[in-house]
Design a protein. Structure first.
Lengths: 108, 114
């Protein structure tokens, strides 16, 4: 079945530094979604990418979908303490397969 | 935005008893809801897809007789963990999608079986 891998699993950064998490699928994805889960909270939808090579930005967050639609990345510029949480990628319409997530810790 | 509620938020039960978890879409109708399980420091694992008015579709390895799902209306799905055992202790999260892809998650239910 479809597998979605995510790296790194953990990342500690100094506040103000950039952060990137990568997502790779074993199969071509129809779409990729990104979610953020704060400690103790539930996953919150951030964005969906559908087109090959698509790039979307949300303030300091930049999302990319690979040309082959098998990989994606989330880049945060100048991290803040409010960025702390676990970022999950997920592939598939309706029935999605989640990556293991990248836990981001921001050191003030 | 769309809101999904879950009840209870946490529950402790004795081994052998059954626990029912409710998932409600508060401001939209959802013909399909999803139930996930999340172990500590791990990702979400889809357990089953709940379809209003029909039987749920379970993922491979998920016992349908143990995890009973009922999608009674367009705004309510329930998950019943029957004859719970300590290994069923986990964080259970439901989600619903008013549109094709954007899933809204409930706050989750932490189940502890003693």
């Amino acid at each position: 079945g479809q597998q979605v891998m995510q790296i790194p699993q953990y990342q500690h950064v100094q506040e103000g530094e950039d952060f990137t998490t990568y997502c790779n699928s074993s199969t071509t994805l129809s779409n990729i979604q990104w979610y953020k889960q704060r400690p103790g909270g539930h996953p919150v939808f951030l964005i969906q990418l559908v087109k090959s090579g698509e790039v979307k930005k949300q303030k300091r967050l930049t999302f990319q979908f690979g040309e082959a639609k098998k990989n994606s990345s989330l880049h945060i510029t100048a991290t803040q303490t409010t960025d702390v949480g676990t970022y999950f990628c997920a592939g598939g319409y309706q029935k999605v397969t989640f990556g293991i997530g990248t836990k981001l810790q921001v050191i003030p | 935005g769309a809101v999904v509620s879950q009840h209870p938020s946490w529950v402790i039960c004795k081994s052998g008893t059954s626990v029912k978890i409710e998932c409600r879409s508060l401001d939209f109708q959802a013909t399909t809801m999803f139930w996930y399980r999340q172990f500590p420091k791990q990702s979400l694992m889809l357990m089953a897809t709940s379809n209003e008015g029909s039987k749920a579709t379970y993922e491979q390895g998920v016992e349908k007789d143990k995890f009973l799902i009922n999608h009674a209306s367009l705004t309510l799905s329930t998950l019943t963990v029957t004859s719970a055992h300590p290994e069923d202790s986990s964080f259970y999260i439901c989600s619903a999608a008013p549109e094709a892809y954007e899933q809204y998650f409930g706050p989750g239910t932490r189940l502890t079986v003693t």
